[in-house]
Each structure stands twice: as structure tokens, then as C-alpha cells.
Design a protein around this ligand. Structure first.
Ligand SMILES: Cc1cc2nc3c(=O)[nH]c(=O)nc-3n(C[C@H](O)[C@H](O)[C@H](O)COP(=O)(O)OP(=O)(O)OC[C@H]3O[C@@H](n4cnc5c(N)ncnc54)[C@H](O)[C@@H]3O)c2cc1C
Length: 429
């Protein structure tokens, strides 16, 4: 399961990802040829509804409106939580996926505090496409089924469609005079003023934004551990590793955590691993993955918002290679003609400063397969663990592990058939 797309499943898959550079003819830096199928856009509410429905169909007991206020996890092995309404629940494992202000993290690591690493803040707006096109007809030349990044000194605007193309989403980001650590009300005229330098068509669309809030961009960690000493409590998502927004990977990384943890806990259900082992494998594998995402997001934010000067000029001059290998300048000109904005023939292997499309980060960020990483690739975490714990996990005679057989045959064979290859010692199958 690939969950690394920034906006995740359901609905629309943008075809083009363009980066527009200030004070130049606008350039498409990359396009959907490379990212096609990897970027999918979904409104948060729709995603939550889909996830909740998916969970319900698997039959768990879901309790809502239950804010946890107290957690007793020591000495273990069980964990008891108490809600603000006074209800108590006891579990073998508590997963703290309770976001930036996580009470679970506070219970485990009271000294850890998310921080705003820079003065950068984000502002969001959703405007129906109908309004955008009625009020700013020339915006049709620019916006369609695209993700666009408009780079400015110390700021940017990212736009993309959402809600299956009904709404136009804008993320405006720029540096403030001091760090923003809480959601803030915004003077809308002041916000608009920052973007006075951008393409006039985009400016007109920004003027349609009635109001917005300033969102802090907080980083958590890297933590020394994501779990309690006895591994009966474990963190995931923003609780463990909140991340700045520039690669739009916060929700995706949280979903990767969930996917990965689900797979290794599957091994507990199968009797291959203990809960403690599963949690340890999750931490060992996922902690560095999240750290890479945190760093790539931070780097790209800095690069998008370079101050005008030598670094910015070198960045801009390095862009042509990923537009087109041989006819970069022609491609740039074609892009500026309004009609056909698609760049033909970008080189997917061209080095790019834009980590959204750089070959180095494409695979680890957008091509990352959380299930495969857990159990299903040659170096997957469970198999690596089993190498060191040879008494467990696979059939000693056939040399087959459950994870790989399931990956390669489980998508078409009935469930009761999966395992026959692994256990086919001395038999024909
Ligand atoms: C302005 C903005 C824009 C963003 N845009 C994107 C984007 O485009 N793409 C992207 O990938 N990411 C984006 N993110 C980041 C993304 O929202 C987070 O990374 C993601 O929501 C983290 O998921 P999570 O499940 O870890 O935490 P959350 O989504 O914060 O969920 C935590 C849940 O825990 C519940 N909870 C909290 N405390 C308790 C308690 N004590 N007891 C019980 N329940 C509790 C909360 O009610 C909530 O339901 C954006 C973030 C912001 C602020």
C-alpha cells in the first residue's frame, strides 16, 4: 500500500505539478509524467469518513467522544486509560495517535515540546472553482487539474484542486516577524499584501479569500523512543514526529506509521512476533523514515523561500534540466503561451532541487511502500529481524516466510490457500 501521496486517496489525481519562479518567465519544473498516479488529493473530512467506514467494516468497537485524560501504563503489561467523562478502558497496547498536543506523548515524555523551528507560518483557503472562474476568468489559463507552486522571496503559494475538483485549495506560506506557535487570527489585507509581487491572476484569486487563520508549523522530535519501556504504549503520527508542511507529508507519514504498525502487529496475531518485538521493529524502521521526511520537508521549505540573491539565482538556473533534457528553453517558452502548458519529455532522471520530483527523494518519499517496508520487500523489517531470530517466523524446510507468500499470492488466492506454499514441505502443490 502506497500512502505517501501528500493528500491521499479518493477523488482527483492531479496531472501536472508546476513550479513557477518569480521574476522569470514562468516555468513548469516538473509534471505528472513523473508523479502521475502518486499524487492524489482528498479533503480531510472525506478521508476521515472513509477511514472510519473502513474500520467499522472490520468490526472493532469504536468509542467516540472520549477524550483521554489519564494513562496508567506502568508496570504493565496492561494499560488503563481514563476519559474526561470518567470511563476506563484496559488494553494490551495503547497507540497514541492523538496529534501535536498528544496526551500520550506527555505521559511518556513530559519534557518533549513541539517547537516552531522558523518564523514561517501557513494560511489556508478553499474557494469553489465556480467562484474562481466567475470572478477571475483568466485564472482558467492557469489552474486546472494541477498542483502549482508559486515561489517568492520568503514565501510561496501552493494551489491544487480538492473535493473531486469542486474546490480550489490554496496554501499560502511566508515568514513572519516572530515564530507562530498557536493558531492566529489574520489581518486579511496584510496577508494579501505579502503576495503583491505574484502573477496578477493569482493575486486576483487571493483577493477572493474572505478570511484565514495563521497556522503554526511545529516540529516534534526526533525523540529517543516512540514507546514506553515495556512497549505497551507506542506513538504514531504527529504525536511522534510532527513535521513542517512543505512536502505535504504530515498526514501521509501518519498513515504510513499506521500501515506499518498494522502489518507488524499482524505478525503478533499470527504468533510470529511478540507485541514487544513488533513495537521494537516499528520504531527501528519507522523512526529514521520519519526523520528523513522531517528533513526533506524542512529543506524544501528553505529552498522554496530563499531570499533573492546568489543562492536563489543558482537554484533558478538549475531548473532547466528537469524541464526538458535538450530543449529546455523551448519548453519554457511553450509554457508561457498559455494554451499548451504541458511540458513534453521531461527527463525523469534529471537532477532537481525540487524534492517533489528529484529522483533521490521520489522513491523514498512518494514511492515509499509502508506495507512492503514492513513485510514484503527484500529488505523488509520483519525478515531482517527474523534473520537474527532464526527460531521464528518461517518454515525452516521450504525457507518461505508468511509475509512474502502473502504479498505475492494473497492478492488473488483465497485466504485459506495462502500458507500452502510455505508449508509445502515434501508435498506437491
Ligand atoms: C494548516 C495545515 C495544513 C495541513 N495540510 C496537510 C496536507 O495537505 N497534507 C498532509 O499530509 N498533511 C497536512 N497537514 C498535516 C496533517 O494535518 C497532520 O500531519 C495529520 O493530521 C497528523 O495526523 P495524526 O493522526 O497524527 O493527528 P491528528 O490529525 O491531529 O489527529 C489526532 C486525533 O486525536 C484526537 N485526540 C487528541 N487528543 C485526544 C485525547 N486526549 N483523547 C482522545 N483523542 C484525542 C483528536 O481529536 C484527533 O482526532 C496539515 C496541517 C496543518 C495544520
Amino acid at each position: 500500500m502506497y500512502v505517501s501521496s501528500p493528500f491521499l486517496v479518493l477523488g482527483l489525481s492531479p496531472e501536472i505539478f508546476d513550479v513557477h519562479i518569480k521574476n522569470r518567465e514562468y516555468k513548469g519544473l516538473s509534471n505528472g509524467e513523473v508523479l502521475s498516479g502518486r499524487l492524489q488529493v482528498v479533503h480531510r473530512h472525506h478521508l476521515h469518513t472513509g477511514l472510519a467506514e473502513g474500520a467499522r467494516r472490520h468490526g472493532p468497537n469504536i468509542v467516540i467522544d472520549a477524550r483521554v485524560s489519564k494513562i496508567d501504563y506502568s508496570p504493565g503489561p496492561e494499560v488503563t486509560v481514563t476519559t474526561e467523562k470518567g470511563a476506563t478502558y484496559t488494553f494490551d497496547l495503547l497507540i497514541g495517535s492523538d496529534g501535536l498536543k498528544s496526551v500520550v506523548r506527555k505521559a511518556l515524555f513530559p519534557d518533549v515540546k513541539p517547537r516552531a523551528p522558523t518564523t514561517n507560518a501557513a494560511y489556508r483557503a478553499l474557494i469553489p472553482y465556480e467562484t474562481v472562474y466567475n470572478e477571475v476568468p483568466e485564472a482558467k489559463e492557469l489552474f486546472g487539474n494541477n498542483i502549482d507552486v508559486w515561489m517568492l522571496e520568503k514565501g510561496y503559494v501552493i494551489t491544487y484542486p480538492i473535493s473531486a475538483g469542486k474546490d480550489f485549495n490554496l496554501v499560502l506560506s511566508h515568514h513572519r516577524s516572530k515564530p507562530v506557535e498557536d493558531i492566529e487570527d489574520v489581518d486579511i489585507d496584510e496577508l494579501r499584501k505579502f503576495y503583491n509581487d505574484i502573477d496578477p491572476r493569482v493575486q486576483k484569486v487571493i483577493k477572493l479569500i474572505p478570511d484565514s487563520k495563521g497556522w503554526p508549523l511545529m516540529v516534534t522530535g526526533p525523540l529517543e523512543s516512540w514507546s514506553s519501556p515495556t512497549k505497551n504504549v507506542v506513538l504514531m503520527g504527529d504525536a511522534a514526529h510532527s513535521i513542517v508542511n512543505h512536502m505535504v507529508q504530515g498526514a501521509a507519514t501518519s498513515m504510513e506509521d499506521g500501515t506499518f504498525l498494522g502489518r507488524v502487529i499482524g505478525e503478533v496475531v499470527e504468533g510470529v512476533l511478540s507485541l514487544q518485538e513488533a513495537v521494537a521493529i516499528y520504531e527501528k524502521t519507522r523512526m529514521p523514515r520519519a526523520l528523513v521526511k522531517q528533513q526533506s520537508s524542512f529543506t524544501l521549505g528553505a529552498v522554496y523561500m530563499f531570499e533573492d540573491g546568489p543562492r536563489q539565482r543558482t537554484r533558478d538556473d538549475s531548473s532547466t534540466g528537469s524541464v526538458e533534457t535538450t530543449e529546455g528553453q523551448d519548453a519554457v517558452e511553450r509554457l508561457t503561451q498559455g494554451g499548451n502548458r504541458r511540458v513534453e519529455g521531461p527527463d525523469p532522471n534529471a537532477q532537481s532541487w525540487n524534492l517533489w520530483d528529484a529522483p533521490e527523494s521520489m522513491q523514498s518519499v512518494f514511492g515509499y511502500d509502508a506495507e512492503g517496508d514492513a513485510e514484503g520487500d527484500a529488505d523488509h523489517a520483519v525478515l531482517v529481524y527474523l534473520q537474527d531470530h532464526r527460531e521464528k517466523g518461517w518454515d525452516r524446510w521450504t525457507g518461505m516466510s508468511r509475509g512474502l507468500e502473502e504479498k505475492w499470492t494473497g492478492w488473488y488466492l483465497p485466504r485459506e490457500e495462502v500458507g500452502r506454499i510455505r508449508n509445502s514441505r515434501g508435498s506437491k502443490f
